[in-house]
Ligand binder design. Sequence first.
Ligand code: ADP
Ligand code: MG
Length: 235
Amino acid sequence: MATQRILVSNAKGGCGKTTIATNIASYYASIGKVVRLFDYDSQGSSIHWNNRRSEQYAEISVVDAARRSGNHMTRSWQMRVPPETDLVVIDTAAGIDGTELAAMLQENDLLIIPVLPSPMDIQATAYFIKDVLLLGKARKKQIRIAVVANRVRKNTLMYHALERFLFTLKLPFVTSFRDTQFYIKAIEQGIGILDIKTSKNRIDHEQWAPLIRWMEIRAANKEAQIRPLFGQQVS
Ligand SMILES: Nc1ncnc2c1ncn2[C@@H]1O[C@H](COP(=O)(O)OP(=O)(O)O)[C@@H](O)[C@H]1O
Ligand SMILES: [Mg+2]
């Protein structure tokens, strides 16, 4: 089967790109897929995450894509995707510029945009989405886009503002992830939140299920159901 390529991006820093990229990578590795995670952030958060991963978990190849190697051959070797790769996940840096974004939109199948429920984040994300849609017009290949709300606390005014904003976009708002220490624990241990299985984080498994379903839809014309969040429990 062809390699699936998933881009996790938003020009805004701190919205959860690395959290979501590492969680996607570890989930697919845990079900036996060959996963390659490209870290485009010079801070190397995904690389550090993988360095903390113990051998009991399925191996993930993490590529330091931000490192500008002087040796062209070395860089193209480093950036290669071996044919046996099932899944490529791209963790981008904050402040990604138009040129870089346009190139990434050409190369990838899916784009996941995390957004936090804060006024500044909503505004920055609106600009980012505008850029994506403009640049996307020039793309040769269909790319499917989903927005995911992150660090959501129930019944906050900002959460409702975010919800309204997302529903005005004609993009699928696939799920929302609650704000929880389990994400921080997972990052510290080089694992994903789905590797943690306790009654206290069953809700996180439930919140990931719609995104996993959306990622598995292969055909571009079969769009995922937009899931209203009113009925979803976020605690
Ligand atoms: N759902 C969440 N609950 C709690 N903490 C989170 C959640 N998502 C992200 N974080 C924390 O927020 C910070 C920024 O997240 P990160 O994934 O590094 O963002 P980005 O890669 O977009 O800069 C990190 O410290 C991360 O552990
Ligand atoms: Mg990051």
